[in-house]
Design a protein around this ligand. Sequence first.
Ligand code: NI
Length: 180
Amino acid sequence: MTKLAILEFPDPRLRTRAEPVTEFDAALQQLAENMLETMYSAPGIGLAATQVDVHRRLLVADVSQDNDSPHVLVNPQILTAEGTEVTEEGCLSVPGVFDEVERSERIRVRAQDVNGRTFEMDADGLLAVCIQHEIDHLNGKLFVDYLSELKRSKIRKKLDKERRQRAADAGSLRPQVPAL
Ligand code: NI
């Protein structure tokens, strides 16, 4: 399995609307496995293909304590949604940022598995929040889009600063080579 690189806000590729999956082949199975591996090692509870720069409608999720209940949803569709709940959310593409978002409390979802078989599932609580968050990714939407423009611009500045700091740290560790 391979750990994949995760795109970070405000990378414009995160705004891509993913296309439906039409080929249920070994490459799709491999992608789902790599996405699970990437999500577990991050660590995170959900990951959409969009976040690893693959613009196909596929998401993985596992909200269990022991990382033993993986869900792989291909071409997911929310059939019904009921109630509302406000949860503090984070996102692997917006590292270190958490804020409250209102979502549906209970959802019924239709999706396909990696072999193309259609199934339906009910989700509530954290799993329902997670699936809605990941489907947003497939539509090019991020949880920070639910926040005010002021908050979003602060987040952008904070992440820019952290990225510059990481680049500077990496630079100071690099052996000095003569410039040519
Ligand atoms: Ni996310």
